[in-house]
Design a protein around this ligand. Structure first.
Ligand SMILES: Cc1cc2nc3c(=O)[nH]c(=O)nc-3n(C[C@H](O)[C@H](O)[C@H](O)COP(=O)(O)OP(=O)(O)OC[C@H]3O[C@@H](n4cnc5c(N)ncnc54)[C@H](O)[C@@H]3O)c2cc1C
Length: 493
């Protein structure tokens, strides 16, 4: 492994002296205050899904001195639950706090909230906030992402009445504003925009969802699958406008109006759910490598790279770090809580001397809007084609329960295989939508992709059955058979 800027890590067991937190004096290196007890100092930047999980993992496996620095005002909460509080399915935002600050104090994890890190000095092995300097032996960068805002102005404050949704504090602020809102315009047709649109209509707020892409979920779903999600939102009462770009109207606070091509809409509030970008400023300014996908470059132990070398004492995980795609082998981002959590385990193991690696991802995801569950795994057909490989697809529409069983729901399944014969054509991706049974099937298909399952394997798939949970022939099977038919047709063309 590469340099760690002067401190050798003898099998992770070198005893370090503890330097207490120092007041920051510009231009002056902090003096080390030695204590009797010699503990490894771990500093974690970011108290979100990856940072806090890494802290607890390290605590379970060591007596290291752990400090978490977070610019957030809350810690250890579920971002994923925010749309469901907005929709009043969950009573309030406090319910999303999975572990209160006292939990971490009890575990001797020093979590400092509202403390933004300004810079990392790799040579001195210190992290600087506006207030203090924190020396470290091991550093974890888990700074997540920042909202991406389509905007012409350079201003860094959003106009009054417009919101983003990245943290619990954002959720609370937006939730408060919603109390008096009658019409809301959501910009962005991705998962968060869709989940929030469904939530707001559920509580009687007129909601307009605008995306510049031709379809909703443009980077995850084919047009036909996106149309199912759109139809569902429209049934709920959401006005969906696609293919119409919208830049942040800087005078929204005054006019309460958004303009698309030939139309305009008045709204009390605007939610910008226009995507996110990795928060890599600190890493980049410290001289760490940023990859083509825009995240911090890491090796399989999740150690960061500076020039030619990976640093044995600095790790990055969660949305700010790049991952490797299981099917293309290329670097990309994974913007999922599940990924952040798994990365935290790997970082925690490596920091405490238990060697662990983080492999390539198929990135299964699922979302819920009203009664519709939708999700996918692996590549979209466009992504497969970009590899120069032809795609065979198979689609089926089935039901989630036996024909006589009450409350059965529709389920739509689309599978993608790389071109080849029956025994060669491997599953490359899947898109599913329906009233239930989506998550379990996506998880199974995720394993199938990982295991390089072919059409032939899936034709022989044995599935289980009971009337309240499935049809006798699982709806997956007709999708596989449709792919076989499509394959034969392309071969005879
Ligand atoms: C509304 C919403 C719904 C979601 N739903 C799902 C879902 O259903 N399923 C799913 O898998 N994922 C979901 N996600 C994504 C998931 O929440 C993220 O992928 C996950 O939180 C990423 O973890 P992270 O640790 O990388 O970043 P975060 O959890 O965002 O944590 C980053 C932390 O770094 C801090 N930070 C940044 N810069 C600094 C600095 N300079 N100094 C100090 N601290 C700093 C931030 O304050 C923050 O606390 C959702 C996200 C949102 C916003």
């Amino acid at each position: 492994m590469g340099s760690d800027f002067g401190v050798k890590d003898a099998a992770g067991k070198v005893m370090q002296t503890v330097a207490e937190v120092q007041e920051e004096v510009p231009g002056k290196a902090p003096t080390q205050v030695r204590t009797e007890k010699e503990l490894t100092r771990v500093v974690i930047i970011g108290g979100g899904a990856c940072g806090m999980a890494a802290a607890t993992k390290i605590r379970r496996q060591s007596d290291f001195k752990i400090t978490v620095l977070s610019s957030d005002s809350h810690t250890a909460y579920s971002h994923c639950g925010i749309p469901f509080v907005l929709g009043r399915e969950i009573e309030n935002f406090e319910k999303l706090i999975v572990k209160p600050p006292g939990f971490f104090r009890g575990k001797n994890i020093d979590a400092k909230l509202n403390e933004k890190v300004r810079s990392i000095n790799l040579a001195r092995k210190v992290v600087l906030t506006g207030r203090r300097t924190y020396p470290y032996d091991k550093l974890v960068i888990a700074t997540g992402s920042l909202p991406f805002i389509p905007r012409k102005s350079e201003a860094n404050i959003l106009p009054y009445g417009s919101f983003t949704l990245r943290s619990l504090a954002d959720g609370k602020l937006f939730g408060k504003a919603l109390e008096t809102a009658q019409t809301v315009c959501i910009v962005g047709g991705g998962i968060i925009g869709i989940e929030c649109a469904s939530a707001l209509t559920k509580r009687g707020i007129k909601t307009i969802l605008i995306t510049r892409s031709k379809d909703l979920l443009s980077s995850q779903f084919d047009s036909d699958m996106a149309a199912i999600v759109r139809a569902h939102l429209e049934t709920l009462g959401v006005e969906v406008i696609t293919g119409e770009p919208l830049f942040l109207p800087e005078n929204f606070w005054k006019e309460k109006t958004v303009y698309v091509k030939d139309r305009h809409f008045t709204a009390d509030l605007m939610l910008l759910a226009t995507g996110i970008k990795p928060e890599v400023c600190l890493a980049s300014e410290a001289g760490l490598d940023i990859g083509k996908a825009g995240g911090i470059v890491v090796n399989e132990m999740l150690q960061v790279k500076a020039g030619e070398e990976f640093l044995s004492n600095v790790y990055a995980g969660g949305e700010c770090a790049e991952v490797t795609d299981l099917l293309t082998g290329e670097s990309r981002l994974s913007q999922l809580g599940t990924t952040a959590r798994r990365m935290a385990d790997v970082i925690g193991n490596n920091i405490t001397g238990k060697y662990s690696t983080f492999g390539p991802l198929a990135d299964p995801w699922v979302a819920v809007a009203g009664d519709l569950h939708f999700g996918g795994v692996g590549l979209t057909p466009e992504q497969v084609k970009r590899q120069g490989i032809k795609v065979i697809n198979g689609f089926s529409r089935g039901r989630t329960r036996a024909s006589y069983y009450p409350d059965r729901k529709d389920i739509y399944i689309k599978l993608f295989f790389k071109d080849g014969d029956l025994a060669e054509a491997q599953l490359a991706g899947a898109q599913l939508a329906g009233g239930e049974g989506i998550k379990e099937r996506i998880d199974a298909l995720s394993l199938a992709i990982r295991k390089k399952t072919t059409i032939k394997d899936l034709l022989n798939l044995e599935t289980c059955y009971a009337p309240p949970v499935s049809m006798l022939v699982d709806p997956l099977i007709p999708a596989v058979k449709a792919a076989v038919r499509n394959m034969r047709e392309t071969k005879t063309e």
